[in-house]
Design a protein around this ligand. Structure first.
Ligand SMILES: [Zn+2]
Length: 307
């Protein structure tokens, strides 16, 4: 039984407005097929279809202001109300307080401590590891959580062996910046590879960042293109997914891409899609901090007492 966390940075449930929200206008046949024809918009969720459930998920967690990546991702992986603990939404990179929380508790640690197989799938180039080593780059909360659980983030070697994916799925950026010889993956091939890799692991994660980058600095056409890319990847992923045994969870950390009339995060709820075997084990998550306990429950490693 495998659980794949498909993290998509900066997508929320926004207004139904084709001028500002790519979810209103993008051609998303796969998302809409598993959603019973629904678009992903404000006011949607909870809903269910034959194999999927989707919940509108609160990323604010009672703390005023716009949710930020470091505290939201820490809440997602730790199950704690990190913004309330900090007294603020914090990001983009985790500070000492958040790093300490993640060293104590996060899903990678939890699965690893139970002797279960954990992995992340996006490959980082040599320059990323050099910047980490020299202290010129702080890892994101998601990366930090994996690192403190003893995982090796995937690198160029893993990518060459087919045991990782380029951060943009098709490898266009990887070819341009790091390796001109890197073979192109189609979007569907990338999704199929992700499903095949996740199958051998109890808990693994792919984190996709370009949605947040485009939300901050891109335009509506680029935002639509991001969603259509994800939809094609999802088509490949679901084609290979063993939905009767395995569980796919697609979620985010805060809104951004669904409001292209400004370059900031939003306070919108975010979508949490659960597809496959564990869809009924999920209690209705009202906030980001409810996702980690639900994942532990699906895996059968939930603690009786709160730790
Ligand atoms: Zn983020």
């Amino acid at each position: 039984m495998s659980i794949l966390l498909f993290f998509v940075d900066g997508i929320g449930l926004g207004e139904d407005d084709e001028r500002t929200n790519p979810f209103s206008s993008a051609h998303l046949p796969t998302l809409h097929r598993i959603s019973g024809g629904r678009r992903w918009l404000k006011g949607q969720g909870p809903w269910q279809s034959e194999w999927a459930r989707m919940w509108a998920t609160d990323a604010r967690m009672g703390v005023p202001g716009r949710p930020q990546s470091a505290s939201s991702q820490a809440a997602l992986l730790s199950g704690g109300n990190v913004p309330a603990y900090l007294g603020e939404h914090y990001g983009p990179r985790p500070d000492a307080r958040i790093r300490q929380l993640l060293r104590r508790r996060n899903l990678f640690l939890r699965f690893a401590s139970c002797g279960m197989r954990v992995a992340t799938w996006e490959a980082y180039p040599p320059s990323f590891y050099q910047a980490l080593d020299r202290g010129r780059r702080l890892p994101a909360s998601l990366q930090y959580a994996a690192l403190v659980a003893g995982l090796q983030l995937r690198n160029a070697e893993d990518l060459r062996r087919g045991e990782a994916l380029p951060g943009d799925f098709t490898g266009a950026a990887w070819r341009q910046h790091f390796d001109a010889e890197f073979p192109t993956l189609t979007r569907k091939e990338a999704g199929m590879r992700l499903a095949r890799l996740a199958r051998d692991y109890d808990f693994s994660m792919f984190s996709y960042w370009w949605t947040d980058v485009v939300g901050h600095r891109g335009d509506l056409a680029q935002a639509v293109a991001q969603l259509e890319l994800l939809d094609d990847v999802l088509a490949g992923l679901l084609a290979e997914w063993n939905r009767e045994e395995d569980t796919l969870i697609l979620t985010s950390d805060h809104g951004n891409l669904e409001a292209m009339d400004h370059g900031k995060h939003t306070e919108n709820e975010i979508p949490t899609l659960v597809y496959g075997a564990g869809r009924d084990a999920f209690r209705e998550p009202i906030s980001l901090q409810d996702i980690a306990p639900a994942i532990e429950k699906i895996a059968g490693i939930a603690e009786v007492s709160s730790g």
